[in-house]
Structure formats: structure tokens, C-alpha cells
Write a protein that binds this ligand. Structure first.
Ligand SMILES: Cc1cc2nc3c(=O)[nH]c(=O)nc-3n(C[C@H](O)[C@H](O)[C@H](O)COP(=O)(O)O)c2cc1C
Length: 347
């Protein structure tokens, strides 16, 4: 497999193995850790174009805030109204932190689809096209689309979608190789992904089911895509980016370094992740000082970290104990104490 630097507009992704947008996970803490471990680029969590263009900055603080410089980073937005999407894209451009704008045209969750946005756009290609065109005309940053191979078998097929996205002016496309109706289940359809790649002149990033370097290499070998996007495979495992970059065809869960070193590395990365979540929450609370605060930044960080811990401790002996206690651990010290006990047992 050969992955070469990927370029679109003013953006160059040296290592086109990128972190997928994942609501509830890919905040600035996870994004920066992934960038430091070799991710070629990151996407923010999903931000509502309605919110961005109406709430005077709160959506920025909630979803897009980052205390740290991160590059390359895409501002990832959703919506069904071309004017609002264009306004939101302009706001992100004016903010100056984003390298490009990404339009969500594939999210299947009810909250998004019921507003005619996300994957619902795959049932209305003329509207999706108008959104891409309007955003593209409104900003000078490059514009990409994150989408799927289709909504279901009765709606527009993958090749119609691919042609429309390119003709509407998008500079790059990332394709989750599953139908929206299948959410995240089933095997990705690499043949359809290959069909889209062959149809398009703009760069194509493939996505779906890459949990090991081997999966990523297979996606590129079979479909010919220009890059790979990793979602769930990076949760609790930012090392996956380095492993792919090094061209290792070794599965992620094998041990290239001694077990004790890996345990220490895992432990230290969890500590760093927690530290960044605290800093991120401190920043958010400073930015919205009038908001009633139910939790301190440290407590909020501990709650957010609960969704990551099961992935960090995957495969470890006797992890159940820690996972059962998680809901009661509301300080960094308490979480780290339990993690240290677990690491000791696994030495
Ligand atoms: C918890 C979760 C949240 C997600 N949030 C988003 C999102 O906000 N925007 C988006 O385009 N895709 C979202 N996705 C989809 C991922 O970006 C990715 O397309 C999907 O997980 C398939 O890739 P994977 O098999 O590597 O995980 C989400 C997926 C998960 C599991």
C-alpha cells in the first residue's frame, strides 16, 4: 500500500490517515492527542449551522472550542438551509482557526435527519448540491463533504452522489462506505468506494471499519482511495495513526514493544487525556461565565472521560472492577488511582 500526501486547495495532508468526526469523542483533547500520534488531520465534532449563525458564539464554545493550536483541522457543520450553512462557514473562516470547512451529508441520527440535514440530504441531491455550491461561493477556504455511499437502496446511488458532489464544487470528499440506513453496522462496501474513486477527480478519503492498520491498507488496496479516515479505531488507541504511518502491517493489538512499556504508555496517555479535558472544560467555563455550573471543570472532565476509559483498558485483565466504579469517580486523582491499581495487576 502506498499513501502519498493529499492536497486540495490550500490544504496539504502529509499523512492522509485522518481522525473522523465523532460527536461526544473528538473534542480538542482527543484531536490534539491524535495529531501528536500521527493523525494527518482532524475534524471537529458536529456543529449546528443554525446554532453557529444564531447563538452569538455559544456553539463555538461548546463544540468547536480549543485551547491549543491544531492543524490541519476541518470545521465540521450540518444543516439543511444553504444560506445558514454559508453563514456558518463564513463564521468559521473569519474565526481563522480552521484549515477547511466540512459539510456533514451523512449523519443518520434522528436529531439531524428529522431536520432534513445530514443523511437526509442523500434523499434530496438538488438541495445537497445547493448547499455545497452556496458554501463554496461564500468562503475562500477549501470545502469538503463527508457523506455515505447512499441512504438506502431506493435513493440516489453512490455514483450519482459522487458526480453531484464534484460538480457542485467540493474540493474533497470523505465517504463512509456504508448506507445511512445501516448506521455503523455491517462490512463497508469497498467496491462501491472504488467506483466513487474511479468516477472522481477530487481526492477521496475512505472511511468505515478500519480498526487496524491491516484494515486501512486493505481499504486503500481494494478501493484506491487517497486517504483513510479512522473513527472508532482511534478511540483509546491514538497509536493507530503512527502504526499506519510507519507502514506496519502488524495488527494493532500485537505487542511491538515490551508489555510493561506499553502499559506505562497507556497509563500516561490516559493521564494526559484527562489533564487536557480539565483544561478544555476550564476554558469553556471561562468563556460562558453566566451559565449555571452543575460540575466543576474537573468533574465535567471525569464524566466525559468515562466514555473513553473502556477503550483504553481494552484487553486488560480484571478491568471490570474499574469500569464498575467509574460512575463514582469524580476527581482526576481518584480515576488515576484506580487506573494505577489496574496497571499494577496487569504487569
Ligand atoms: C459516537 C460516534 C459519533 C459520530 N459522530 C459523527 C459526526 O458528528 N459527524 C459525522 O460525519 N460522523 C460521525 N460519526 C461517524 C464517523 O465519523 C465514522 O464515519 C463512522 O464511525 C465509521 O467509521 P469507523 O468504522 O472508523 O468508526 C460518528 C460515529 C460515532 C461512533
Amino acid at each position: 500500500m502506498q499513501i502519498r500526501p493529499l492536497q486540495f486547495g490550500s490544504v496539504t495532508i502529509e499523512n492522509p490517515v485522518v481522525l473522523a468526526p465523532m460527536a461526544g469523542y473528538t473534542d480538542a483533547a482527543m484531536r490534539t492527542l491524535c495529531l501528536e500520534h500521527g493523525a494527518g488531520a482532524v475534524y471537529t465534532e458536529l456543529a449546528s449551522s443554525e446554532g453557529l449563525s444564531r447563538d452569538g458564539g455559544r456553539t463555538f464554545c461548546e463544540v468547536l472550542e480549543s485551547p491549543w493550536p491544531e492543524h490541519p483541522v476541518a470545521g465540521h457543520i450540518f444543516g439543511a438551509d444553504p444560506d445558514r450553512m454559508a453563514e456558518a462557514a463564513k463564521l468559521l473562516e473569519q474565526d481563522g482557526r480552521f484549515d477547511w470547512i466540512d459539510l456533514n451529508c451523512g449523519c443518520p441520527v434522528k436529531k439531524v435527519v428529522s431536520r432534513g440535514a445530514g443523511a437526509a440530504l442523500l434523499k434530496d441531491l438538488p438541495l445537497m448540491s445547493r448547499i455545497i455550491e452556496k458554501v463554496k461561493r461564500s468562503v475562500s477556504l477549501p470545502v469538503s463533504v463527508k457523506t455515505r455511499i447512499g441512504f438506502n437502496h431506493d435513493t440516489a446511488d453512490h455514483l450519482e452522489i459522487a458526480r453531484m458532489v464534484e460538480e457542485s464544487g467540493a474540493d474533497m470528499i470523505a465517504v463512509h462506505a456504508r448506507l445511512a440506513k445501516n448506521f455503523h453496522g455491517g462490512d463497508p462496501d469497498l467496491e462501491k468506494l472504488a467506483g466513487m474513486k474511479q468516477t472522481l477527480n477530487i481526492p477521496v478519503i475512505g472511511n468505515g471499519g478500519a480498526f487496524t492498520p491491516e484494515d486501512a491498507f486493505r481499504m486503500v488496496d481494494v478501493s484506491g482511495v487517497d486517504g483513510v479516515m479512522i473513527g472508532r479505531g482511534a478511540v483509546g488507541n491514538p497509536w493507530i495513526f503512527e502504526q499506519i504511518r510507519q507502514g506496519s502491517r502488524v495488527a494493532c493489538d500485537t505487542e511491538p514493544v515490551p508489555q510493561a512499556t506499553r502499559l506505562l504508555e497507556r497509563r500516561d496517555l490516559m493521564a494526559e487525556h484527562l489533564k487536557r479535558l480539565v483544561a478544555l472544560n476550564e476554558r469553556k467555563q471561562e468563556m460562558i461565565p453566566d451559565r449555571a455550573k452543575r460540575y466543576t471543570p474537573e468533574e465535567a472532565a471525569c464524566i466525559q472521560f468515562r466514555t473513553h476509559i473502556p477503550y483504553y483498558v481494552k484487553g486488560l485483565f480484571d478491568k471490570k472492577q474499574l469500569l464498575m466504579k467509574l460512575a463514582s469517580l469524580m476527581s482526576v486523582a481518584a480515576i488515576m488511582e484506580e487506573i494505577d491499581i489496574l496497571m499494577e495487576k496487569n504487569k
